[in-house]
Ligand binder design. Structure first.
Ligand code: 6R9
Length: 660
């Protein structure tokens, strides 16, 4: 990490917004002053300006039971109404909500009026299937319009969705369904990926076939892949059949601002994923606010494309809730960026005249590798704002993004936030901020962050430390589903000073540095959470998957720097003694990589599983992952003095350099 800090310290390029852009920008420097004068009043104003409330709220923030926050608690609203009906009622029903493009080239244009009609029908369908306010609905769908319709229909009736990324395994589905006690799963037969149909329903079948009772009464299946699937009578139903039966009319009922909206599972430092809980009014306020002002969204003229899958938080906040609350026109794309040709994304930007484009550094780096001749072959002149999210963006990728995709003029907003924060927290504002390649820069208006030393002191400009959020914020997580203790321990205990209950600091788990201007540079996770292609993976979760295989005795996993994916999963495994000669290290590597993919999902598949005879441990038995990371990244191994057996690292290094 120190090398990384040094490189960043030499980054002196600055990109002020052009006068023309600044002149038309929605955000102004004055926004910061207004927000910091009274953050609560500022958020109350945004909530009223950006959303429709059936009942206005009288109190903005209730922090008396910190860290359990309530925002706008006595206000009432319907999230789906805010994303749909009100735009139609305002005369914008003919505006396109989504230009949807399937991977094989089929497409659908869906207006706000059409989307509203579908969500109304789907809301009735869910009610007919017995779903009531507060019930949990699991969603395992490809990037098809029905994914958005499902989320909004669930929200419309006050139920709670839990979207599970389509790349997750049967085991991962089952543990999430069990944890959330989901009554219904909505899936598809399959979806298109890399030129083929990737089956989904069979994975749901396998999840529910696992041992033990489960809470799921119905599996609702969208027909998309047209692949052959098994059918469980009495449990499985076709989406199109149920939709055809459902009533078209549906009036949205208001719910309390703190009505749970969704649970989204994310990796933590232990093996068990955390069910991050988000609620309605505060979440929607901040999602809409940030979407509007960070990206300078003009809903009448812009075409917004966030490439994230709805299985991740970025898809929740910047494909579904923020953009739809703002009445934006979007692109939704089912498939992979390079199918059927490496210019597919650029082709879509040209086709739909995308003006605001939001993606992840890992994607940008993979395009860089292929070369600029691919995007140069398309007309990208519609682009006026570029966004980045998911991991720190290296200055080279930043500058390439601006030059090649943004014609050397589009402002880049590098947005730092998390599943837990619900919406963007630290970012430049397009048209206001003079940007610096590689820095997320400043808290958005109304948000307070700080960088603290381990003992809780502000580090001061020019120094590194830990990123905290120093005031409650509207889109903050309201807890970890079913585990209030873990919520407090994970985020609120590190910097809690006894007796200062109302000033608790949220510990984000990221390292950060303040430069001489006080701008924030994110340095990556400080815990055992890895970031692979912008996706969070826990070392503990992958280790526990590895040791569940009968040939494994012990496992240690680290995230090693990787040019394409930011970090890559690298595992070190000790085989059971009776297994040592049963397979070659290369065979074991193959078996165990496949096993992790099957247990958790393909995104967690290690780049390599090294077979070793020892793992570096402290005298108290803690695995020293730092040393393994040194080996995995090809560095000289750091300080080994705290190891119980100092020769272990030599043995491991020799083994690796001598080939596996
Ligand atoms: C939105 C999202 C959160 C973690 C976060 C941090 C990393 C996200 C970043 C960034 C540097 C950025 N992260 N955006 N690091 N610069 N612009 O990605 O949520 O999947 O929960 O991941 O991702 O480490 O803590 P999530």
């Amino acid at each position: 990490m120190s090398e990384h800090i040094d490189n960043l310290q030499h980054e002196i390029r600055r990109f002020p917004p052009s006068p023309e852009f600044a002149a038309q920008a929605l955000a102004t420097p004055e926004l910061y002053a207004r927000a910091s004068a009274d953050p609560e009043a500022f958020w109350a104003e945004q909530a009223r300006e950006l959303l429709h409330w059936d009942t206005d709220f009288t109190r903005t923030l209730d922090w008396t039971n910190a860290p359990f926050a309530k925002w706008f608690a006595d206000g009432r609203l319907n999230v789906a109404y805010n994303c749909l009906d009100r735009h139609v009622e305002a005369g914008n029903g003919e505006r396109v909500a989504f230009h949807w493009e399937g991977e094989p080239g089929d497409s659908r244009t869906i207006t706000y009026a059409e989307l509203t009609a579908e969500v109304k029908r789907a809301a009735n369908m869910l009610t007919d299937l017995g779903i009531r306010s507060g019930d949990r609905v699991a969603v395992y769908l490809p990037m098809i319009p029905e994914a958005v319709v499902t989320m909004l229909a669930v929200a419309r009736i006050g139920a709670v969705h839990s979207v599970i990324f389509g790349g997750f395994s049967a085991d991962s589905i089952r543990s999430r369904v069990d944890d959330a006690d989901a009554k219904l799963i909505i899936t598809a037969d399959g979806g298109w990926r890399k030129g083929r149909v990737a089956p989904l329903k069979p994975t749901v079948d396998a999840a529910l076939a696992k041992e033990g009772e489960h809470s799921v009464g119905t599996v609702l299946v969208v027909r998309r892949g047209e692949n052959e699937i098994d059918w469980v009578d009495g449990r499985d139903r076709w989406w199109h059949d149920e939709m055809a039966k459902a009533d078209a009319e549906h009036t949205a009922q208001p719910f309390e601002a703190e009505q749970p909206l969704y649970i989204l599972y994310t990796s933590g430092t232990t093996g068990k994923p955390k069910g991050i809980l988000h609620t309605s009014g505060g979440y929607l306020t901040q999602a809409a606010f940030t979407h509007r002002y960070v990206f300078d969204l003009k809903p009448e003229t812009d075409v917004f494309w966030c490439t994230a899958d709805v299985g991740w938080v970025t898809g929740h906040s910047y494909v579904v809730y923020g953009p739809l609350a703002n009445g934006a026109t979007q692109v939704l794309y089912e498939g992979t960026p390079d199918t059927p040709h490496p210019g597919r994304w650029w082709e879509l930007i040209e086709k739909y005249k995308v003006s605001i484009f939001y993606t992840a550094p890992t994607a940008i780096r993979s395009f860089m590798k292929v070369g600029r001749q691919v995007p140069d072959g398309f007309d990208l002149s519609s682009i006026r704002v570029l966004g980045s999210v998911g991991e720190p963006i290296n200055p080279e990728a930043w500058v390439w993004y601006r030059d090649v995709i943004g014609a050397g003029t589009a402002p880049i907003v590098d947005t730092w936030w998390q599943t837990e924060t619900g919406a963007i927290m630290v970012s430049a504002l397009a048209g206001v901020t003079t940007t610096k390649p590689g820095s997320a820069q400043v808290a958005v208006p109304g948000i307070s962050v700080d960088v603290l030393s381990d003992s809780g002191e502000h580090v001061g400009n020019g120094n590194g430390g830990l990123l905290v959020v120093s005031r409650p914020w509207p889109a903050m997580l309201r807890g970890i589903w079913g585990d209030p203790e873990r919520f407090i321990e994970t985020y609120w205990e590190k910097f809690d000073t006894p007796g200062t209950k109302n000033r608790r600091m949220y510990f984000a788990g990221d390292g950060a540095r303040l430069d001489d201007d006080g701008d924030i540079w994110l340095l990556g996770r400080v815990d055992d959470v890895m970031n692979v292609s912008g996706h969070r993976l826990s070392t503990a979760e992958i280790e526990s998957a590895l040791v569940s295989h009968p040939i494994v005795a012990e496992a240690a996993v680290v995230g090693a720097t990787d040019e394409a994916t930011g970090q890559a999963v690298v595992a070190f495994v000790i085989l059971r003694s009776d297994q040592e000669d049963a397979q070659t290290p290369e065979e074991a590597n193959g078996i165990l990589r496949a096993h992790v993919a099957e247990q958790i999902g393909a995104i967690a598949r290690p780049r390599h599983v090294y077979i070793v005879t020892e793992l570096p441990k402290t005298r108290s038995g803690k695995i020293m992952r730092r040393l393994l990371r040194d080996v995995a990244e090809g560095r000289t191994v750091g300080d080994t003095t705290t190891l119980a057996d100092t020769s272990v690292m030599q043995i491991i290094s020799d083994k690796l350099t001598g080939g596996v």
